[in-house]
Ligand binder design. Structure first.
Ligand code: NAP
Length: 373
């Protein structure tokens, strides 16, 4: 029996993780649950799964519901002796501190929160190796790469090919994007996800963050991580090996598959998910991304090339701009503009934990000032 704690259990990934637990009651037990403010849903989850250890990040909501609250309560859940694996599925880099604590406590990690690796890959990946734990990716693209790489060492990789659906604005020009609304952004063609990642999918920042995530997970250079637009979202990503052979992982776009793989790795066990049938999607198409229109993808490559704390600054700026767009405080094109301005104002330094925390705070303040203008 694997005992799991889920940070972000009330979100899109969190609730789908619980769905996988429901399908494997003999293999998985939920021993910790964490949300930000959704107390009622958290308590109902705890009742259903018989979970004693629950906490809310938001201290006011925690007090109102007589629950443990704040970052230390979350770290306590992530490092509890009755936890074998921690699912990190909170929206954003707020998951970094509990992730580091869980790794140091020798818990395995199933990682959805890509922002953690974007901001602090230099710290997280060596710590994973030092503690001898397993970190399995939940992001569907990285799960696909991870699956294709089973049995191969990373030095056999020629390049990683991340697939992108292209989001709701594939094929549009910059002019078309100037007036897009929140409702249009939230209407993603293939995936149903939380608000922030849905905005990131529309700007292609999500793909940019994933490029940096892949670079850290698989130890490749940033130039070895390529992006191809594949609107059907059937191929979840591909590895091209040094002998020119390409392996792909395929399936319907359903996050429960990579979640199950991450939770039960390395086993493949039956479930209730619909198996993919090639006859039902006979046409799979591919096209190059449009870097002129979707500048956020280029910003991510640029941040990774500059290195140090630059990806952390970009990530923090983007968390602020994506959330400001959701509150309708800025327009769609301002997301990339403000992200770029924050990067231009930042001089990257060595990515120690202190510098990452300081850069994250500075970039958020800088982005908020630009949002308020
Ligand atoms: N959704 C997907 O299909 C998908 C795919 C790949 C990767 N991911 C990644 O997975 C992560 C979660 O995405 P999501 O779509 O599941 O997000 P979501 O639906 O917005 O859910 C976020 C979860 O995190 C909690 N949370 C938010 N702010 C928090 C804070 N400050 N401290 C502690 N918990 C907090 C929320 O609690 P409340 O309910 O109380 O607000 C909720 O449980 C993101 O990093 C995203 O990039 C998601």
């Amino acid at each position: 029996m694997k005992r799991i704690a889920i940070l972000g259990s009330t979100g899109s990934i969190g609730t789908q993780t619980l769905d996988i637990v429901r399908q494997h009651p003999d293999r998985l037990r939920v021993t910790g649950l964490v949300a930000n403010r959704s107390a009622t849903e958290l308590i109902s989850q705890a009742k259903e799964f018989g979970t004693k250890n629950v906490a809310l990040m938001d201290e006011k909501s925690a007090r109102e519901h007589l629950l443990p609250g704040g970052i230390q309560a979350i770290i306590d859940i992530a490092t509890h002796p009755e936890v074998d694996l921690v699912v990190i599925a909170v929206a954003g880099v707020i998951g970094l501190e509990p992730t580091l604590a869980a790794i140091n406590a020798k818990k395995d990690i199933a990682l959805a929160s890509k922002e953690v690796l974007v901001a602090a890959g230099q710290i997280v990946m060596p710590l994973v190796a030092e503690n001898g734990i397993t970190l399995t990716p939940i992001d569907s693209e990285h799960s696909a790469l991870f699956q294709c790489l089973q049995g191969y060492s990373n030095d056999q990789i020629h390049k990683l090919i991340l697939t992108a659906s292209g989001g709701p604005f594939r094929g549009k020009s910059g002019d078309d994007l100037a007036k897009v609304t929140k409702a249009q952004v939230l209407a993603h063609p293939t995936w149903t996800m939380g608000g922030k990642i849905t905005v990131d999918s529309a700007t292609l920042m999500n793909k940019g963050l994933e490029v940096i995530e892949a670079h850290w997970l698989f130890g490749t250079s940033i130039e070895e991580v390529n992006v191809v637009v594949h609107p059907q979202s059937i191929i979840h990503s591909m590895v091209q090996f040094k002998d020119s052979s390409v392996l792909a992982q395929m399936g319907w776009p359903d996050m429960r598959l990579p979640i199950q793989y991450a939770l039960l790795y390395p086993e493949r066990t039956p479930n209730h998910l619909k198996p993919w049938n090639p006859i039902e999607t006979p046409t799979l198409t591919f096209e190059a991304p449009d870097p002129e229109t979707f500048q956020c993808l280029q910003l991510a490559y640029q941040a990774a090339r500059e290195g140090g704390t630059m990806p952390c600054a970009l990530n923090a700026a983007n968390e602020e701009t994506a959330n400001a767009f959701l509150k309708e405080s800025i327009g769609f094109l301002e997301i990339a503009d403000i992200n770029l301005k924050v990067m231009q104002s930042h001089t990257p330094v060595e990515p120690t934990l202190d510098n990452i925390i300081a850069t994250d705070a500075w970039a958020r303040i800088t982005a908020r000032e630009l949002i308020a203008k």
